[in-house]
Design a protein around this ligand. Sequence first.
Ligand SMILES: [Zn+2]
Length: 139
Amino acid sequence: MLGLLLIKCPKCGSEFKGEKPVKIWGKAGARTGLFDCPSCGARFKAPIEEKVEIKEEVSIKNMVSKLKEVRGEFIQTLKNLREKIKTLETERANLLLEIEELKKMAESKVNALESEISMLREEVKSLRELLGCTDTEKE
Ligand SMILES: [Zn+2]
């Protein structure tokens, strides 16, 4: 595609779109064209500006690949997070089990202490009876 950038006539200075050169030389990106000025009719050579579309296309491609990259990273992060969550959930379950066991242990300890205390109370009671302090307890 030929550029739509304005070409300036070196003779009269008028600007026009260089869409239809009389002749073209060179490779893509470095082309020269032979133009006829529509105002004064002068024929002159001028560099042809290739359309910037090519560059834009490239940058769009870059953007797309960058987006894909970002998406890939995001998916990886998500995967990592899921694995982390899984590990944490397992750990939590284990901790809950441990807490449950500790609770049971504490409960049995409390039960043991309670029965020991009631035994001691009985002993205190019988000792008081032996000492003849039964009046104070009003039995
Ligand atoms: Zn001219």
